[in-house]
Structures are given as structure tokens and as C-alpha cells.
Design a protein around this ligand. Structure first.
Ligand code: FBP
Ligand code: MG
Ligand code: MG
Length: 342
């Protein structure tokens, strides 16, 4: 252990310096992951600029395309996708990317790159043109394909426990980047006039419990018995209902204040709506590093063995006691099912 381990970096440290000092804690590390994180921060600044002026220039309206999930793609989705891919390509550490906006893997041409990145470049896109918080979510893995060749889908079919780093950017009342490399979670606030992210939320720990539940109750008619019972439990205990409709923003609030976010299976989305690789797993890594939990209702999110790069899964994420409670009620539902089917 060198002396930096004992020295907590003070609030106000720039993101670049923070990344550099953390890198010094691993004397044999090559610095490529540090560079990759800086590439993401750079793209985030550029996307932040585009988002801030989206009401002025006509980039918020629908683009006329549909993405691989069949949803309307907004112009800003396209712009954010291009910016992040370009930054990762120019950086040189990443060989292959998957993005919510592209069906196939994206080759950067950096066949020597050791890392692969899964990204939701613009999360909460239905909130773009109404000036509500949106975000970016990313997940970083070491590639499994041999260096020197192009990467492939196998590089992304790794469970979340293999993540090397994960994070998100929230473009909200202020812009923040929050990330983990498996050593706790730190949050940085962007100061636009200086063009820098500064450490503002060191070592984030999520409350053990909370009194906020976040779920789209418009679909409650098709919730399973266990989910219905859990929502009733939240109401019986006078929890506050909070649902922005941008996963990043709902997650960020609950991470800091305590609570639970749920996207359960519904009639419209039988596996839930959220994507395992670039929505659920990165946030699961962050929440666990902050002392919280993430589950698909039956299984720890990060232990799910992915079968498809774009697969969806249900998500129950947040304060550990609330995720435990939800799992307990879902387990009862499953045991009823087992009796009914026997
Ligand atoms: O409108 P719904 O069904 O509640 O879905 C909201 C969820 O969909 C998402 O917008 C999906 O993300 P994208 O905007 O990246 O497609 C999440 O951010 C959000 O939590
Ligand atoms: Mg999303
Ligand atoms: Mg998106």
C-alpha cells in the first residue's frame, strides 16, 4: 500500500487528478483504464454542451429513425452516440463497443485495445424535449477475444461481476459523473465555466433503507402478485412515489437519499424494459459498491449470464433492506406458483 491509499482526496479535486492519483495506487497498471475514463469524461462534456442548447437549435425532435429496440430515436440520441463512439475510438484503449443505438458491435479499429464498452449514450430520451434530467450509462469489461483481432459479441456476454468499471453521467440541475472501479463510488460535479469535473460526492454510500419507491404504476394492472404486494407495502408505510422516467435520474436520487427503483415485467414488456448490459449491470455495480443491492427479483443482477447483447431484464435496485423485502415477496409468489403447478 502506498501513502495515497491512506489519503482521502479532498472535495474539489479535479476528475483528471483523481483518476491519476488512483492510478498511482496500482503501480503495475498501465494507465489505459484511466485514459479510457478520461475519454468518457471528455465526451460527456461535449454531450453536455449539446444538451444544454437543445432547446435553441432543433436537435431535440424525433429523427425519423427507429433504434434496434423499435423505439423512436431522438436526434440527441444519435449525437450522443456519435460523440461517445468517437471519443472511445480516438482514445485507443477500446477495441469494441456495444450501444443501445446500434444492433451490431461497433469496431473501433483499435485491435490492440484491451477493453470493451457497453453504453446507453442517452438515457431517458423521452425527457429530452421537455427539459427534464437525462443521462449516459456505461460499463467497461476486459475483452475475452484475443488482442490483435477485432472484438465480437462474446466480449459482451460476460456477467456483470466481470465489470472493471462502470458509471453514469447525469445531465440534471447540474451535470455529474459518478463511477466506480470496484473501490467505492465517487461523484464529480461539472463546472461548465471551467470545463472541469470536480470531486463533490466522495465515497458515496446509499442508505440501508429509504421511504421512496420508483415504479411506473401506469402498468400496475399487469404487475405480478409479488410486485403488487411490494407496492402495497410501500403505500402502507407511506413511502413517497417518485418517478422521473429517466433511469439515471431516478437511480441517482435514490442512491443519495435511499429508496428503491423497480422496472418489473409487465404485459407490454414481459422481461421488463431495461437492458442488462448497458442499463442494469452498470447501475448494479455502482449500487453494490455503495452498499446497496440489485436483483431481477430472483437473482443478483450481476450474476445473470447474458445470452444476448441487447437483452432486457427486470430490475429491483436500491437500498438493501428494500430490495430484500421485494425479493421476499416475490419468492412467496414463486412458491405459490410452484404449488399451483404441482
Ligand atoms: O416510460 P417507462 O416505461 O416507465 O420507461 C422509462 C424508462 O425507459 C428509459 O427511458 C429507457 O432508456 P432510453 O431512453 O435509453 O431508451 C429509462 O431511462 C426509464 O427509466
Ligand atoms: Mg436507457
Ligand atoms: Mg438510450
Amino acid at each position: 500500500m502506498n501513502h495515497h491509499d491512506k489519503l482521502a482526496l479532498p472535495v474539489g479535486t479535479t476528475l483528471d487528478r483523481f483518476i491519476m492519483r488512483k492510478q498511482e495506487d496500482f503501480p503495475y497498471a498501465t494507465g489505459e483504464l484511466s485514459q479510457l475514463l478520461r475519454d468518457i469524461a471528455l465526451a460527456a462534456k461535449i454531450v453536455n454542451r449539446e444538451i444544454n442548447r437543445s432547446g435553441l437549435i432543433d436537435i431535440a425532435g424525433a429523427y425519423g429513425n427507429r433504434n434496434v429496440q423499435g423505439e423512436d430515436q431522438q436526434k440527441l440520441d444519435v449525437i450522443a452516440n456519435i460523440r461517445f463512439i468517437r471519443a472511445l475510438r480516438n482514445g485507443g484503449e477500446v477495441c469494441t463497443i456495444i450501444s443501445e443505438e446500434d444492433e451490431d458491435v461497433i469496431q473501433t479499429g483499435n485491435t490492440q485495445g484491451k477493453y470493451v464498452v457497453a453504453i446507453d449514450p442517452l438515457d431517458g430520451s423521452s425527457n429530452i424535449d421537455v427539459n427534464v434530467s437525462i443521462g449516459t450509462i456505461f460499463s467497461i469489461y476486459r475483452r475475452v477475444s484475443p488482442t490483435g483481432s477485432e472484438g465480437n459479441s462474446q466480449d459482451f456476454l460476460q456477467p456483470g461481476t466481470h465489470q472493471v468499471a462502470a458509471g453514469y453521467v447525469i445531465y440534471g440541475s447540474s451535470t455529474m459523473m459518478v463511477y466506480t472501479t470496484g473501490n467505492g463510488v465517487n461523484g464529480f460535479t461539472y463546472e461548465p465555466s471551467l470545463g472541469e469535473f470536480f470531486l463533490s460526492h466522495p465515497n458515496i454510500l446509499t442508505p440501508k433503507t429509504g421511504a421512496v419507491y420508483s415504479v411506473n404504476e401506469g402498468s400496475s394492472e399487469s404487475f405480478s402478485q409479488g410486485v403488487t404486494e411490494f407496492v402495497a407495502y410501500c403505500k402502507d408505510n407511506s413511502f413517497s412515489a417518485r418517478y422521473i422516467g429517466s433511469l439515471v435520474a431516478d437511480f441517482h436520487r435514490n442512491l443519495l437519499k435511499g429508496g428503491i427503483y423497480i422496472y418489473p415485467p409487465t404485459a407490454k414488456a414481459p422481461n421488463g424494459k431495461l437492458r442488462l448490459m448497458y442499463e442494469c449491470n452498470p447501475l448494479a455495480f455502482i449500487v453494490e459498491q455503495a452498499g446497496g443491492k440489485a436483483s431481477n427479483g430472483r437473482q443478483r443482477t450481476m450474476e445473470i449470464e447474458p445470452r444476448d447483447m441487447h437483452e432486457r431484464c427486470p430490475l429491483f435496485i436500491g437500498s438493501p433492506e428494500l430490495v430484500d423485502k421485494a425479493e421476499e415477496l416475490l419468492a412467496k409468489e414463486h412458491s405459490h406458483d410452484a404449488v399451483a403447478n404441482s
